[in-house]
Design a protein around this ligand. Structure first.
Ligand code: BGP
Length: 472
């Protein structure tokens, strides 16, 4: 295997998905707290109110991470825990993350901090509609400034926004995340404002002279054409432009890609550029690309659309969007890929797709890449002996580790690999049914209060991977 000595073997999580303690110690509501309290909004009405109670059990969890040999842990800070109203600093919240970070460092684990993983303070949603208002740019920048001041000398890698493409498209287009809007132009507007906020945060980071690296984490699915029909190839390129490069170019080059802008114009969708926007975007270029990779995506031209195509998130157990008629439907449609198996949630299993992703990002941007998420969501079973035999997860991860090694041989610079996830946690669209961790967290009805942790077979497998720097 081709992993350099300083390669970081890590794992990832997000505040709302693990912390619980939703209203403790001065924390305010996030949009996810409020949204998931409304019956029907989440799968089986599950919430992150308690989650896996990382807030009270982080020491136990970090001890397990250490036992596994984990070298890096990516976690997110909850904005409303730091600032309940989005603006006023809550010292108890600030201290909580100091403790988490110090505990990680004391155990030899590099902390990777995500600034925003979707839990916007509800107060800012109420006051000015959150990401739809330019007011958020200053508030977000101030929030970042507090994090930089507090943790700037402890964190070597910062992730600004997590999966901006997902939180904007699921929140403003597919209406299955808060604020449950379905409007293509509003989605593009909110996304533009998020880009400006992101750039402003990066600019602040540089002005403050923080000696660390900052990037955004992006959910990238390399687009494949289902056939060699030229119209399908164009469709796949359009999909890549509008579903991926539209964000990644902004992070890496400080501007939107030309073709995507033109294609949007033909659909009568426009970006509301105001004076100074272009300069701000240009000042917010990232140091590395955070790549969240789960699957590739296959496309055909709109006129070749199949009725039966599996769509990434479609599942018998998820909250599924029923939205139709979005403008880009005129350009491309999702299609099956007969060469790939699917997971229980109809996500395509494609380790080579990770190699493709790393290569494409490298050839377009020549940036170092941190794989900030990758993993398999599955139904796990806890045996009476307290074991979880998740050989399917081991197989999935092993093939992805091999693909990374091949991509490194191809010339890609990969900083590290954070699997999703370390412990089982709350899944936004699937509650607790879909498990990703190396550590099983018992949330069964009767024992849920205990939230006991069990090491899965994959725990021991990853321990070996880390020990041998990828050899397994
Ligand atoms: C990413 C998110 C994570 C996590 C993961 C798995 O999009 O950044 O927070 O949830 O996907 O997704 P899911 O839980 O829907 O299977």
């Amino acid at each position: 295997m081709s992993f350099q000595e300083e390669f970081l073997w890590g794992s990832a999580s997000a505040a709302y998905q693990i912390e619980g303690a939703a209203n403790l110690d001065g924390k305010g509501d996030s949009i996810w707290d409020v949204y998931s309290r409304v019956p029907g909004n989440t799968f089986k009405n599950t919430t992150g109110e308690v989650a896996i109670d990382f807030y009270h059990r982080f020491e136990e969890d970090v001890a397990l991470m250490k036992e596994m040999g984990l070298q890096a842990y990516r976690f997110s800070v909850s904005w409303p825990r730091i600032m309940a109203d989005g603006r006023t600093v809550n010292r108890q919240g600030v201290e909580f993350y100091h403790k988490v970070i110090d505990t990680l460092i004391a155990n030899g684990i590099t902390p990777i901090l995500t600034i925003y993983h979707w839990d916007l303070p509800q107060a800012l949603q109420d006051e000015y509609q959150g990401w739809e208002s330019r007011d958020i740019i200053d508030d977000f920048t101030r929030y970042c400034e507090v994090l930089f001041e507090e943790y700037g000398d402890k964190i070597p890698y910062w992730v600004s926004l997590n999966e901006q493409n997902i939180f904007t498209s699921l929140g403003y287009l597919q209406a299955i995340h808060p604020p449950k809007v379905s409007d293509f132009q509003r989605f593009v507007n909110a996304n533009h404002i998020a880009n400006l906020a992101n750039a402003s945060a990066v600019k602040k980071f540089r002005e403050m002279g923080i000696e660390a690296k900052i990037g955004a984490s992006f959910a990238y699915s390399p687009a494949y054409a289902q056939s060699a029909k030229p119209e399908d190839v164009i469709a796949a390129e359009d999909a890549q432009e509008l579903q991926d490069l539209f964000w990644m170019d902004v992070y890496a080059k400080g501007r939107y890609p030309k073709i995507a802008l033109k294609r949007l114009e033909t659909l009568n969708i426009h970006i509301d550029f105001q004076p100074g926007d272009k300069e701000l975007l240009a000042a917010g270029v990232c140091d590395f690309m955070g790549l969240n990779y789960y699957q590739s995506a296959t496309f055909v031209a709109a006129e070749n659309k199949q009725k039966t195509a599996q769509t990434g998130n479609a599942s018998q157990v998820s909250v599924v969007s029923e939205i139709s008629d979005i403008p880009t439907d005129k350009l491309f449609a999702r299609a099956d890929n007969e060469y790939l198996e699917m997971t229980d949630w109809n996500w395509a299993v494609d380790p080579n797709g990770l190699r493709v992703a790393l290569r494409r990002i490298t050839s377009r941007y020549e940036l170092p890449i941190l794989i900030s998420e990758n993993g398999l969501g599955a139904f796990d079973t806890l045996t009476e002996e307290g074991k979880v035999h998740d050989d399917y997860r081991i197989d999935f991860l092993r093939r992805h580790v091999e693909a990374i090694s091949e991509a490194i041989d191809d010339g890609c610079e990969v900083i590290g690999y954070c699997t999703w996830s370390c412990q089982d946690l709350f899944s936004w669209l699937n509650g607790y049914a879909k498990r990703y961790g190396f550590i099983y967290v018992d949330r069964d009805e009767e024992s849920a209060k205990e939230l006991k942790r069990y090491k899965k077979d994959s725990f021991y497998w990853y321990q070996k991977v880390i020990e041998t720097n990828g050899e397994q």
